[in-house]
Design a protein around this ligand. Sequence first.
Ligand SMILES: Cc1cc2nc3c(=O)[nH]c(=O)nc-3n(C[C@H](O)[C@H](O)[C@H](O)COP(=O)(O)OP(=O)(O)OC[C@H]3O[C@@H](n4cnc5c(N)ncnc54)[C@H](O)[C@@H]3O)c2cc1C
Length: 266
Amino acid sequence: MNIVVLIKQVPDMERVKFDREKGVVDRKSAGTEINPFDLNALETAVSISEKMDAKVTVISMGLPSADEALKEAIARGAHEGILLSDRSFGGADTKATSKTLAGAISKIGKFDLIIAGEKTVDGDTGQVGPEIAEILDIPHISYVEKIEDINQDNIVAQCELWGGTYLKKAKFPVLITVTKYINEPRLPTFKSKMKARKAKITVWDMEELKEVLTLEEVGFKGSPTKVKKIEVPQSAKREGKLFRENINEGIEEIITVLEDKKVLGV
Ligand SMILES: Cc1cc2nc3c(=O)[nH]c(=O)nc-3n(C[C@H](O)[C@H](O)[C@H](O)COP(=O)(O)OP(=O)(O)OC[C@H]3O[C@@H](n4cnc5c(N)ncnc54)[C@H](O)[C@@H]3O)c2cc1C
């Protein structure tokens, strides 16, 4: 069985700062990490590969530095990493991102199961997984919380959606997106980290993908979404005033404040 896992390198959202003037994320202000939900996707794939005869290939589209994320994925149990990196991929919206990832998956050839995170912590659209399934014309199951059964032909997965629990069965090839509830991602060991540092990451640029993609389909050119403005919402400030001298005067003042703010009717 061939399993493809999609991982995105994202900024550490606990530390990253926003440039309010330019309305963009200041990516230099924090380090990067593998999107947390993608660690659940990887753990799902590695657990399956331990039970069945399966090869786990991780793919990421991003800057050349994303090879670090792929090496970490190998340290966590993946067998092979492929990085899609080219200047022409820059400025991609979810459609162009999905198109590029789908192109790479079809170049790999035989695949049975594609696993993505339910969403990323930076873009947060949750569109890329289902879009790839549509492009490849295969079924998908989103928000998977548990794999009930898996064999060489099909998968039965439990997912939570709109307050309901669904048990869905799909024949391979299929794409699933997983939530954080599906498992607890394992940590890499010192030994696996050392081994992964020497791992060779395959890099595919536009030239490598020209049989499956055109320049019009990728990056800015392939992106119908145009972001006009990004605003960082200001967090609401709390105001407080103490009335402690005269209790009756304090009550009067509080009533006046509440009436002014239209909390109490006048
Ligand atoms: C007009 C526009 C321009 C943009 N320009 C840029 C830009 O210049 N640079 C930039 O970095 N971003 C840019 N973005 C953001 C970019 O579109 C998203 O990073 C990307 O499409 C993924 O969307 P998402 O983060 O919402 O993923 P989601 O749909 O929330 O992700 C779901 C899952 O899909 C998989 N996945 C998502 N992205 C990748 C990836 N790159 N590689 C492998 N797996 C992945 C992961 O498994 C993930 O858990 C732009 C967006 C728009 C709308």
